[in-house]
Write a protein that binds this ligand. Structure first.
Ligand code: FES
Ligand code: FES
Length: 401
């Protein structure tokens, strides 16, 4: 049984865990932190929400073993947190709870909303809260409680002090500064939608565009790389064409192609999550650095979740120019009911697998194969999730792929 070391509510913990034990069970059964509630146990209701390295995640779909060397904060760990104190008082004043079953997860999500969206209106609060289900209140009291805290923060900003360890400096800034605007994508503007206008990439300004996702509020970044057995010139010629690149992205299907701008759809299916994001993407290239960024945005009309994503790829020669390493950074932000899925370790593994499949498709295309059809690259949740879980178990026991 592998041993893990983690920090829970500022307390170092060392424990042996079965690989299949999820964080929610570990917290409740092994650590006796029963404030974390379990409802659906497959990532839908949000009752099990805790912070992992400062970000809300669903503990029922996060393996405890995946939290090795990470910081976990449960609802019991906010005693010194001024923002949580205000939220608790407000939930009580505005009747934001009845049975209380959803309340720990609701409070942790509410705190995240307040930190990320200091100007949130009721529609924004409801959208961000839609990944947390409550069976009792009808949500009116919960939404009013959050609105009241946001109003109170305008008049009485948080003092960031060492006695508030759960509020990171980065998160605290979100309360003090306005959150970055997120360009919304609605059914009404879907046909004319184009991604955020951004200055064309140049050597001088690429550093600004390179801001790590940690500096973009609510964004998550994953970097990985793959090697294709072709010279950089050839790979760059292929990857300089947006339609070729988009055709290699698992699940992507193009409907329009206008040079450096495309419109289309990307299908994602992962366990209980299934979405078809319709939107647009634009390619910005830095020819001399052989680096490009594909900026996209879209909306899933079923869940009404929105996604913004930048896929950056940079080419470097290897093996004396006989092969090329492609470093891919995927930065993304999900909003709406699917948002909390975006941060779990399994989803990050899933995206790494997506990047590996992207590389395999590019290598196949360069070798002369036909572009895979959308049906064949749409994620097979069962098979893919199984592969991810298998790889994780192997890693836990020290066996590589
Ligand atoms: S218990 Fe429902 S999302 Fe985890
Ligand atoms: S207060 Fe009962 S489920 Fe939300």
């Amino acid at each position: 049984m592998p041993a893990i070391e983690l920090n829970i509510n500022d307390r170092p913990v060392r424990a042996d865990v079965e690989p299949r034990v999820h964080l929610g069970d570990f917290l409740r059964d092994a650590q006796h932190l029963t404030g974390t509630h379990l409802g659906c146990e497959h990532g839908v209701c949000g009752a099990c929400t805790v912070l992992l390295d400062g970000e809300p995640i669903r503990s029922c779909i996060t393996f405890a073993a995946a939290c090795d060397r990470r910081q976990v904060r449960t609802i019991e760990g906010f005693d010194d947190d001024e923002l949580m104190r205000r939220l608790r008082r407000s939930f009580s004043l505005h009747h934001g709870l009845q049975c209380g079953y959803c309340t720990p997860g609701m409070l942790i999500t509410a705190r995240d909303i307040v930190l990320r969206f200091p100007d949130a209106d009721e529609a924004r609060i409801r959208l961000e809260l839609s990944g947390n289900l409550c069976r009792c209140t009808g949500y009116v009291g919960i939404v009013n409680a959050i609105k009241a805290v946001l109003q109170d923060l305008q008049a009485h900003p948080l003092a960031l002090t060492p006695t508030m360890p759960a509020v990171s400096a980065a998160a605290g800034e979100a309360v003090l500064k306005r959150a970055e605007p997120f360009e919304t994508f609605t059914a009404a503007n879907a046909s004319s939608f184009t991604p955020n206008a951004a200055p064309p990439m140049s050597a001088a300004d690429s550093a600004a565009e390179d801001r790590p996702a940690a500096q973009r509020k609510g964004w998550t970044a994953i970097e990985d790389s793959f090697v294709v057995p072709f010279a950089p010139d050839r790979v760059w010629a292929f990857m300089g064409d947006l339609s070729s690149v988009a055709a290699c992205l698992p699940g992507a299907q193009l409907s329009e192609n206008d040079g450096d701008t495309v419109k289309g759809m990307i299908a994602v299916k992962f366990g209980p999550m299934s979405a078809n994001f319709a939107g647009a993407a634009r390619l910005e290239r830095d020819e001399s650095a052989r680096r490009a960024v594909m900026r996209g945005a879209g909306q899933d009309n079923i869940s009404r979740s929105r996604a913004n994503g930048d896929v950056t790829y940079a080419l470097t020669a290897e093996d004396q120019g006989r092969q090329t390493r492609v470093t891919v950074t995927l930065e993304y932000m999900l909003q709406g009911p699917l948002a909390q899925f975006s941060r779990s370790g399994l989803v990050k593994d899933f995206i790494r697998r997506m990047i590996a499949d992207f590389g395999a498709h590019i290598a196949a295309r360069l070798a002369g194969a036909e572009a895979p059809g959308p049906a064949s690259v749409k994620f097979n949740a069962g098979g893919l999730v199984w592969r991810i879980i298998r790889d994780r178990v192997r890693r836990l026991f020290g066996k590589g792929e």
